[in-house]
Design a binder for this molecule. Sequence first.
Ligand code: NAD
Length: 272
Amino acid sequence: MRRVAVNGAGGRMGATVVAAIDAAPHFSLVGAVDPAHAGRRLGEFVPGVDEGTAGVTIVASLDELASAAPEALVDFTRPGPALTAFRWCLAHEVHIVSGTTGIGRAEIEELQGEFSRDGASHGVIAANFAISAVLLVRLAEIAAAHFDGVEIIELHHDNKRDAPSGTALETARRIAAARAAAGREPRADPTTEEVVAGARGGVGPGEIHLHSVRLPGLVAHEEVIFGAAGQSLTLRQDSYDRSSFMPGVLAALARIEELPGLTIGLDAVLGL
Ligand code: NAD
């Protein structure tokens, strides 16, 4: 039974992770950190968990986790607290799985240097734990070399502030790299007259057009449409709620022992 603690346990993702760990057969929820909810019990946030999990008291800081002796920490917080969590895990020889977004590339590279391949603490950081999204990017990468053109549509709920989504940008980067490796030039846009400004979307890596839809009722969805003479291929993934991220989080926890250093993204976790 692997002992797991959750950082940001009172948040939307943190509470979902608590429920997922509680329900998973090989993990035990032993600690929870969240300064905004310190002193409260997990049972107040997460209905239906077993007695042991419900009785865990949320603490204000990672240092208060010592007696819980976690083997792994799952972090869904904010960039500052997440960086603190990575370094705390390194210092305390605890594995870490983090889904916090917005950590800069330079900071992630710095962390990669700190998580040496023979260190006792292993880390996984992924901007998207939905297995359908990870597979979409990988499948798009495979298709990239075989089509003349490609465009990306990402669709999200109407509270999302940034556009396009980080996952859509990463998809464009990976497709662009695969196309460049196959010697495919970016395709010239035939549009000479954009009647409504922005109708052709934004132009991302590899001159790939990206279109962002924001509507109530949506959660997180992405389509990649490839075109060639007489045919097209559409890849689509849909995340309907936060439970979509949990199999990816549990897979990272299950495999982290075998993944030394800091692993970026879920491809290695899923063996892609
Ligand atoms: P949220 O605001 O609901 O939760 C964040 C929690 O972190 C809050 O409860 C807050 O009190 C807590 N927190 C703040 N400072 C802390 C600290 N120093 N120590 C411990 N906890 C602290 O946000 P959310 O919707 O749960 O999202 C959290 C993060 O997860 C965001 O970065 C979001 O973009 C990311 N996210 C990632 C994925 C993925 O698949 N990788 C999916 C969804 C969300």
